[in-house]
Design a protein around this ligand. Structure first.
Ligand code: TPP
Ligand code: MG
Length: 86
C-alpha cells in the first residue's frame, strides 16, 4: 500500500475551498503521524507477512521478496505527499 500518512484528499479539498485563505492554517486531524501507522505490523499481527519500504532503492528488492512468497503479503510503502498552499 502507498502510505502517505495523511488524509490527503481532505487537505486538497480544504486548499481548494479556502485558496489563499488557507495560508498559515494547519491541517487539523488530517495527518496520521501520531502515532505513526505501521501497516506492515498490522499485517503481521494478523498472520500476513508485512514489509516496509522507507527508501526508494528498497522498493524493487522488497517487492521481489514479497512476490516470491507466492501468497498474500502487505508492502507498506512510505510516501511523501506535500500539499502546497497557493
Ligand atoms: C468510512 C469512511 N469514513 C470517512 C470517509 C471520508 N473520507 C473520504 S476520503 C477520506 C480520506 C482518505 O485518505 P486516504 O485513504 O489516506 O487517501 P489519500 O487521500 O491520502 O490518498 C476520508 C476520511 C469515507 N469516505 N468513508
Ligand atoms: Mg492517505
Amino acid at each position: 500500500m502507498l502510505n502517505n500518512a495523511a488524509y490527503r484528499i481532505l487537505k486538497l479539498n480544504m486548499v481548494e475551498y479556502l485558496g489563499k485563505a488557507a495560508r498559515g492554517r494547519g491541517f487539523t486531524a488530517m495527518d496520521l503521524t501520531d502515532p505513526e501507522l505501521r501497516f506492515d505490523r498490522m499485517a503481521e499481527s494478523m498472520g500476513v507477512p508485512g514489509f516496509r519500504v522507507d527508501k526508494p532503492d528498497d522498493l524493487a528488492p522488497i517487492l521481489k521478496k514479497a512476490l516470491d512468497l507466492g501468497g498474500p503479503s502487505l508492502v507498506d510503502v512510505v510516501m511523501e505527499s506535500p500539499v502546497p498552499i497557493p
